[in-house]
Design a protein around this ligand. Structure first.
Ligand code: ZN
Length: 92
């Protein structure tokens, strides 16, 4: 009887290790990192340009202003405020 219990415990441990391995393989094949970081996605992100000073930025680090439904990206508050001021000075 004790052998049967030991066998069951061993089977559970091996089973868990097996499914962990399967999860790892699935994650590797699908390109999803196990630690949940965005390294793969960040490599595909397009750079955006600040229309005021011309700096290229990562969209998730930029300040965003919505202009007629389209996002416009800025490197800083100063650039965003300058863009706003220019838009109000001569509305298109
Ligand atoms: Zn700027």
């Amino acid at each position: 009887m004790l052998r049967l219990i030991l066998f069951l415990v061993l089977a559970i441990i091996v089973g868990r290790a097996f499914w962990r391995l399967v999860d790892g393989i699935v994650a590797g094949v699908s390109g999803r990192p196990l630690d949940g970081s965005k390294t793969v996605a960040q490599q595909r992100v397009q750079m955006v340009r600040d229309p005021v000073c011309g700096t290229f930025l990562l969209p998730d680090r930029a300040l965003v202003l919505s202009v007629r439904g389209k996002p416009v990206f800025f490197c800083s508050d100063a650039c965003r405020d300058k863009y706003r001021a220019e838009r109000h000075a001569r509305p298109a």
